[in-house]
Write a protein that binds this ligand. Structure first.
Ligand SMILES: [Zn+2]
Ligand SMILES: [Zn+2]
Length: 295
């Protein structure tokens, strides 16, 4: 089993919001005010991802950094990109694959933003090569339109063999109090842009609107069968998403909470990913474990 659990890697957890806007595009706060808000609310890293504006990452203090970021968009898609060195030409905007290829050549990370809100189908996301992931949850889309959850897009892509991580982000614009909702917890040896981007690229993070994922992995039980397991903060339910019709939802008994769950793995399962849902509606999304080697 090749899975290396980020939950057991050396390092620390760093809390970050990877998608927010400022007065550089259509947000109401200046970049400095945006960074100050997240600093005041316990975040370690922030990406100011304005539309077609490159914001350079900077070390503000040893315990507070920003990542180089931008949000690009064209016909039928929005793309969150981190760690880029320069913006692609705006004339390419309606050719997302050309944009992604140019960004990947710079070593940047590329995530499809809020596909459900955009009206982008799973097939349209799947047609794009070289993506790092997508936004499984976007707080502003959820708060304003109720379409911030893109888990079906994610599972459709995973079931088709795409290896995509899932982000939870705020996409804060500061017109309404919709910030501090969706975030990533990144496991990295240190708080530098290079270390955080590397951890994001490797999937060494989980996303959340509240619950904590403490451990996740696969093991062989006493009968030699493979199982996926998760341990999390007390939740109402834990759901394993995997091949169509083979997942499992494990709910706590009335008035109770659960903090562990297991799923027996089946050769038809290409991947397994876990969502932990708290009693207050908060959700944590683990990145997928790819299971091809167990089948
Ligand atoms: Zn967008
Ligand atoms: Zn945005």
């Amino acid at each position: 089993m090749a899975f290396t659990s980020p939950y057991q890697k050396p390092g620390r957890w760093f809390k970050g919001n990877l998608h927010t806007h400022s007065t550089q595009s259509d947000g109401e706060l200046t970049p400095d005010q945006v960074i100050a808000w997240y600093d005041d609310h316990g975040y370690d890293l922030i990406a100011v991802s304005d539309h077609w504006v490159l914001s350079k990452g900077q070390t503000i203090r040893p315990d507070l950094i920003t990542l180089t970021a931008a949000e690009l968009h064209g016909a039928g898609y929005h793309l969150l990109t981190l760690g880029l060195t320069e913006l692609p030409p705006r004339e390419w905007a309606d050719d997302p694959q050309r944009i992604i290829d140019a960004l990947k050549a710079q070593g940047a990370l590329c995530y499809i933003a809020h596909p459900y809100w955009t009206g982008q189908s799973s097939a349209e996301v799947m047609a794009l090569q070289n993506l790092d992931g997508l936004e499984a949850f976007n707080a502003v889309c959820e708060e304003s339109k109720g379409n911030g959850h893109s888990r079906v897009h994610w599972d459709d892509c995973l079931a088709a063999g795409r290896q995509l991580t899932g982000l939870a982000v705020d996409d804060s614009h500061w017109h309404r109090p919709w910030q501090g909702i969706g975030y990533v917890m990144v496991r990295a040896p240190q708080l530098t842009e290079e270390a955080i981007l590397s951890a994001l690229a490797q999937g060494d993070f989980y996303s959340s609107t509240g619950p904590v994922i403490e451990d996740l992995g696969v093991l062989q039980n006493a009968h030699g069968e493979w199982e996926a397991y998760v341990r999390c903060s007390p939740c109402r339910e834990i759901i394993f998403y995997t091949a169509a019709q083979r997942g499992r939802r494990i709910a706590a008994a009335d008035g109770e909470l659960i903090s562990t769950a297991r799923l027996a793995l089946h050769p038809q399962m290409r991947y397994v990913r876990v969502e932990c849902r708290a009693a207050d509606g908060g959700v944590a999304w683990a990145n997928p474990i790819y299971l091809a080697e167990t089948s």
